[in-house]
Write a protein that binds this ligand. Structure first.
Ligand code: BEZ
Ligand code: FE
Length: 283
């Protein structure tokens, strides 16, 4: 008589796979793998996945891997457009009224930006509408933080980052500042526009297949670091942008939207101004 226990079926296969997780597996890894495998099996069962569809999925995963290099991480992009990045972020940074909200890092941060000081221009010689940045770095009570490192980067008026323009080597529309006792960073740049996330690879096909837009609303990126405080990675979005409600990566938060026209409307400025107070949580 053949041993019936060596035959796996729809009924016992999932449990058999879960049972193979060794008892001495790292507890957190075991928790993650149990859930991941359980959900994967449930998904296959729910949609009654066909062999041809699974083959197409595997071919897609292979293509995703081949598309990546040290400048392009298609996996992060897939995580971004499927909302996974923002879900992980939301869990890690449960909303707290007193500190600034976080959002996606994106692929355009660079490790060694130009070191700049107050009054400097992030975009010398570049065409575009003048934008003044006036931001302060403070603790949860609004007290200025001295010695905070502030990385700023953004796209131009056509939606291109420096790494996408020309040979991609020159640093433009980016800089690193260090705050003084008043916590202030003041500098000049050009107004960024909305732009599409890079969608010329397999992730772009995923978006197109679901009839989704690759566009992101206009924004300026900030990465703040200060001793004794948690890093803050965020953007400030331009109020009124057509894509605020349809961001391809679900990164918009109401608290991060800024009216760049406010000062000009009030007759206090002849140019756009991004004015914001960042509040950092303590470690
Ligand atoms: C960005 O804001 O630069 C970005 C974020 C996520 C995916 C692609 C671009
Ligand atoms: Fe961006």
């Amino acid at each position: 008589m053949p041993d019936s226990h060596i035959t796996y079926s729809q009924d016992n296969l999932t449990q058999a796979v879960l049972d193979r997780i060794a008892p001495d597996t790292d507890p957190r890894l075991a928790e993650i793998m149990r859930s991941l495998l359980g959900h994967a099996h449930a998904f296959v069962r729910e949609v009654q996945l066909k062999p041809g569809e699974w083959e197409r999925a595997i071919a897609f995963l292979v293509e995703m891997g081949r598309f990546c290099d040290d400048k392009r991480n298609e996996w992060i992009m897939l995580s971004d457009v499927t909302g996974v990045t923002m879900l992980v972020d939301a869990i890690a940074h449960a909303s707290h009224e007193d500190v600034t909200e976080t959002t996606v890092l994106g692929p355009f941060h660079r490790e060694n930006p130009p070191l700049l000081g107050n009054g400097d221009n992030l975009s010398p010689g570049l065409e575009g509408e003048t934008l003044e940045l006036r931001v302060t770095v403070a603790d949860a009570e609004g007290r200025p933080i001295e010695g905070a490192q502030v990385d700023i980067w953004h796209a131009n008026g056509e939606g291109g980052y420096d790494s996408q323009i020309g040979d991609g080597e020159r640093h433009m529309m980016r800089g690193r500042f260090t705050t003084g006792a008043d916590g202030l960073v003041q500098c000049w740049t050009i107004n960024p526009s909305s732009y599409p996330v890079p969608h010329d690879g397999p992730m772009g096909r995923v978006l197109a297949s679901m009839g989704r837009s690759p566009m992101r609303p206009a924004h300026v990126h900030f990465w703040l670091k200060a001793p004794g405080y948690r890093d803050l990675i965020t953007h400030i979005f331009a109020d009124g942008d057509a894509y605020l409600h349809d961001d391809a990566v679900f990164g918009v938060k109401a608290s991060l939207v800024c009216d760049l026209e406010a000062r000009r409307r009030a007759g206090e400025s002849d140019h756009l101004v991004l004015e914001y107070e960042f509040r950092l949580p303590r470690v």
